[in-house]
Design a protein around this ligand. Sequence first.
Ligand SMILES: [Zn+2]
Length: 185
Amino acid sequence: MRYKTHIVSSLTLGVGLSIIFNYPFHFAYVIGISFGSLLPDIDEPKSYIGRRSFGIAKYVNDKYGHRGITHSLFAWVFISLIYVIYPSPLSLGISLGYLFHLLGDLFSIRSIPFLAPFSTHYFKLPFTYRTGSITEDILLYIFIFLLLYFVFILGELHIYLIQSTVESIVSFIRILIELFHFLLD
Ligand SMILES: [Zn+2]
């Protein structure tokens, strides 16, 4: 899956969970899912996140290769510890986004070593798509449609999203002002 499809499909699933469990569709939750949905590809220097990783991707790739340990349930549990230690919309988003990325890649033809490092088996599912193919394009458009439908119509999540975004920006500016005062005093 390309990075756009990862972000959009993960957000769509995240929105679905938000509606089902009545979980607030917070700005930080959206940022967390988007970031988490890119994170497993930190093992590929040419990936969207890899090109912005200040060399971390090259290090991980040299050590584990692409679609290795970062694409496993083990890595997901490890990342989810952040949520266990610091529960917040952001850390929950990161954990979910990571999991949805793994699901997305699991359905690709190449698949992922879901049980690494305990097993190197690449699980093949009956319904697959090829990364960068027309099928992936179609999936992307379906996810975009569902995402917009969930956010604006079915769950009307945009209202709380806009509100929490404004609140986050205001508190960020407030922190900056306080920091300024602190430095000038
Ligand atoms: Zn991946």
